[in-house]
Design a protein around this ligand. Structure first.
Ligand code: ITT
Length: 200
């Protein structure tokens, strides 16, 4: 099956290429295979709503089975923010660096035990007729550090210290991240579901 990994985020794309590498019969396509750029407005108020919207619209536009995820960071001391606004927390089109700085600023003075947070990922797969064929999720619990550390990953990885570790996700690197992350957990559920789908 050809599967379009519908993301403009290079970091996510790299992770899916690794996470789905060993699935037999799956041929991954990237947005580069689309003849024209398709923008989907992420205007839903849940991760699931945005993932469904992206997968369904991009499947229809590409004529391919399509995987989309909506993901982000929920910080307890901020009442779950930035949540679905994670990519544009510091403003539309904000860089990862700006988002991280804003997060540190908002958490200034918050003690370690209250800096708990989680990454959340919802993956939706839609077939070329725009029918949802899978909806799965995954979370990764941790806490927000005091300064950005590490070079791997993307987004909030330099600030996020997963439970059970002392280093940030950006210090831990892709092998560890792909075993423990929200995206890895959701992808593992997806692989189980895809294996159960009847082959045409
Ligand atoms: P697409 O919609 O094109 O996939 P995007 O970056 O806009 O790309 P989202 O709307 O899902 O994707 O926003 C996710 C944001 O949440 C992302 O930009 C990061 O800031 C953050 N995020 C999600 N997963 C992350 C991860 O594994 N590590 C660090 N930050 C992450």
């Amino acid at each position: 099956m050809r599967l379009l990994v519908a993301t403009m985020n290079e970091g996510k794309l790299r992770e899916y290429q690794r996470l789905l590498a060993d699935v037999t019969g799956l041929e991954l396509e990237t947005m580069a295979s689309l003849s024209e750029r398709v923008d989907v407005e992420e205007d839903q108020d849940t991760f699931a709503g945005n993932a469904q919207k992206k997968a369904i619209e991009l499947a229809a536009a590409s004529g391919l089975t399509c995987l989309a995820d909506d993901s982000g960071l929920e910080v307890d001391a901020l009442g779950g923010r930035p949540g679905v606004f994670s990519a544009r927390y510091a403003g539309e089109g904000a860089s990862d660096e700006k988002n991280n700085l804003k997060l540190l600023e908002e958490l200034r003075g918050v003690p370690d035990q209250l800096r708990t947070a989680r990454f959340r990922c919802v993956i939706c797969v839609a077939d070329p007729d725009g029918r949802e064929v899978a909806l799965v999720d995954g979370t990764c619990e941790g806490r927000i550090g005091r300064e950005p550390k590490g070079e791997h990953g993307f987004g909030y990885d330099p600030l996020f210290i997963p439970d059970g570790f002392t280093q940030t996700m950006a210090e831990l690197g892709p092998e560890t991240k792909n075993q423990i992350s929200h995206r890895a957990k959701a992808a593992a559920k997806l692989v189980t579901l895809l294996r159960e789908l009847p082959t045409p």
